[in-house]
Ligand binder design. Structure first.
Ligand SMILES: C[S@@+](CC[C@H](N)C(=O)[O-])C[C@H]1O[C@@H](n2cnc3c(N)ncnc32)[C@H](O)[C@@H]1O
Length: 376
């Protein structure tokens, strides 16, 4: 009988023996006395403690957002007593919150006055960030029992928060879609900037944004490239809202809005470029294949398909892709976050050739971009 046959445990390799050594408290105590190892032990310890405390950090962030402290401090620095009174929190407890925020690099105190740091200013100013933080209570409730969550035993709230992806016809409730669309459009600004910067749009004449929401991406693209004609395709409950945005941005003459479902309807033809921005990760592979095949059919030979969304790291997992978006999509229960390689495989299965990863955008943690062409 051999270990290979599975009856004996395999002998640990060198790496496994090293890992077991590092896990040994006696080794850790010895390592802490050796200067070079001491530094490694300390920084590993701090990194581990950061993971342990991560939920508290998120809740500090949520408290700041709910109390509107970033906006208040953007107006003017304030002292603890003022912030405490405005927030209806006892000054002693407010001090704990403000010190916690300072420790996370969001606030700084000079004498008695609190102000924002550069990171805190991002919290005040980055579009969609506060909306994203504010709706995380839903995700965190879904993750309360993480084992049940990973076993697929939780009826997740997030799935109800984003109802539009369910059912063949998609969303029909305009009030619900308005809530969802505002958050999407706010957070779209940075995604749009990175997607536009990642590619040469001069070779396109007519871009169709499928699942384009209320037109935030096309509005940014149209402003950056005045030669482009633009078509937005989205569900009937969502697409009409784009008209207002296009009119306000002076784009009405260059834009067409088409309502429909890519699950059931063919995509309109006429565009030489199709964009799918934050669309694929909402859907299972079979729906994505339907969509990619529809995009292939709608494009002329030589036409380009652009995919922009948060992606996982594949063989090299990333914190944003694999420890956030993958869980988020799992809580939504309709699709999943994919690596670039997984999306490329789906593109190939849909008939596209040689998909290319665009240069890494500035905010790779929320946006990765792929493109491909319909060859014939
Ligand atoms: C995550 S949102 C992204 C919106 C926008 N592209 C953005 O990045 O802000 C996904 C979009 O796909 C649309 N969508 C979902 N299912 C669809 C379908 N079957 N046909 C057309 N659009 C659909 C939704 O209405 C929504 O606007």
């Amino acid at each position: 009988m051999t270990a290979r046959a599975g009856l004996l445990p395999p002998r640990p390799g060198l790496r496994q023996r090293l890992i077991r050594l590092i896990a040994d408290p006696a080794f850790q105590a010895r390592a802490a006395r050796i200067p070079l190892l001491r530094r490694i032990v300390r920084s590993e310890g701090e990194a581990m403690f950061d993971l342990v405390a991560g939920f508290c950090h998120s809740q500090v962030l949520l408290a700041l957002v709910r109390l509107d402290i970033p906006a208040q401090l953007l107006d003017a620095p304030a002292d603890t007593a003022t912030l405490a009174t405005r927030s209806h929190i006892h000054p002693d407890r407010m001090t704990v919150l403000l010190n916690a925020a300072a420790s996370l690099g969001l606030l700084r105190r000079s004498r008695d006055l609190w102000s924002l740091t550069a990171r805190g200013a991002a919290l005040a100013g980055v579009p969609g960030l506060q909306g994203m933080i504010a709706h995380h209570d839903v995700l965190y409730r879904d993750l309360t029992d993480p084992v049940a969550f990973f076993r697929g035993e939780v009826e997740t709230e997030l799935a109800a928060f984003w109802p539009y992806v369910f059912g063949a016809g998609g969303a029909t409730d305009r009030a619900v879609t308005a809530t969802y669309s505002a958050l999407m459009a706010d957070s779209q600004r940075l995604v749009a900037a990175d997607t536009i910067a990642a590619l040469d749009w001069r070779q396109s004449q007519h871009v169709m944004d499928v699942g384009g929401g209320t037109g935030a991406f096309l509005t940014a693209l149209g402003a950056a490239h005045p030669h482009l004609r633009l078509t937005l395709f989205d569900l009937p409950a969502v697409a009409p809202a784009a008209a207002h945005r296009f009119a306000q941005s002076g784009l009405a003459d260059r834009t067409t809005i088409r309502a429909g479902s890519f699950r059931d309807d063919p995509l309109p033809t006429g565009a030489d470029t199709i964009a799918l921005v934050r669309v694929l990760y909402d859907h299972a592979d079979d729906t994505v294949l339907i969509l990619l095949r529809a995009a292939h059919a709608a494009l002329p030979p030589g036409g380009r398909l652009v995919i922009s969304e948060p992606m996982t790291g594949g063989a090299s997992p990333t914190r944003a892709g694999d420890a956030y978006f993958a869980l988020y999509c799992m809580a939504m229960r309709t699709g999943h976050a994919r690596s670039a390689a997984q999306i490329k495989a789906l593109l190939t299965a849909a008939g596209f050739t040689d998909p290319v990863t665009a240069p890494t955008p500035a905010r790779a943690y929320v946006t990765s971009v792929l493109w491909t062409v319909r060859s014939s």
